[in-house]
Write a protein that binds this ligand. Structure first.
Ligand SMILES: C[S@@+](CC[C@H](N)C(=O)[O-])C[C@H]1O[C@@H](n2cnc3c(N)ncnc32)[C@H](O)[C@@H]1O
Length: 200
């Protein structure tokens, strides 16, 4: 059982997680021309905090996560909310290929848990339609104190240059990079960025 499987049942009880997903969701809706007909993917969807925020604005949203516990909670929420346009997928990104099918790929607080971010962005690009968008939120570079346990944490946040270089190398043009939220923890602030790019 992974750390995320164990955390899944109580994941939504932490107000800072709900607040972060809301802030990131609002920032995505104001920086990307999201349309009702769009097909979207949420990478590292967890219990769907961001997924369910975006779902009413689009045609379909695939919620992809490799934690069984997280996907179980997400499925319970689909039934509870009657959110029929949310499609759960259990597995790592590299287990699936959706072939140029998404108008938008979103993600919040998940990319720092992926070892090979260059590979992840190439996967994003290969599953995006031409001119499709990525909108990824994560921690700005930090000193390793954000998580109480750094198991499964491969990056202590990212700076703009590094993040946009992953986009450029995978054929995605950087569009904007903004600080959209700040998480207060351990008596300090951890800024959260939203990086938007468009496939060329
Ligand atoms: C910090 S949680 C964020 C969850 C959610 N986006 C939120 O903001 O509440 C990171 C999530 O990424 C998922 N994850 C990490 N590596 C993954 C991978 N290779 N493929 C799919 N999901 C992954 C974890 O299982 C976990 O649910």
């Amino acid at each position: 059982m992974s750390l995320f499987d164990k955390a899944a049942k109580d994941w939504d009880s932490k107000p800072h997680r709900v607040e972060t997903a809301r802030k990131v969701g609002e920032a995505i809706l104001s920086s990307v021309p999201v349309s009702k007909g769009w097909r979207v993917l949420d990478f590292g969807a967890g219990t769907g905090l961001l997924t369910f925020f975006i779902a009413p604005h689009v045609s379909e949203i695939v919620a992809l996560d490799n934690s069984k516990g997280m996907i179980e909670v997400l499925k319970e929420k689909i039934d509870k909310f009657g959110a029929n346009n949310v499609k759960p997928f259990l597995g790592s990104y590299s287990d699936f290929q959706f072939e140029l099918s998404f108008d938008l790929i979103v993600s919040s607080m998940s990319v720092h848990h992926v070892k090979d971010v260059g590979e992840l962005f190439r996967w994003f690009s290969s599953n995006l339609k031409k001119r499709g968008y990525v909108a990824v939120a994560d921690l700005l570079k930090e000193d390793g104190t954000f998580h109480s346990d750094n198991t499964g944490v491969y990056h202590f946040g990212f700076d703009r240059e590094e993040f946009e270089s992953y986009m450029v190398s995978s054929g995605i043009e950087p569009v904007s990079f903004n600080i959209v939220h700040s998480i207060k923890k351990n008596g300090r602030e951890y800024p959260i960025f939203l990086s938007v790019g468009q496939k060329v």
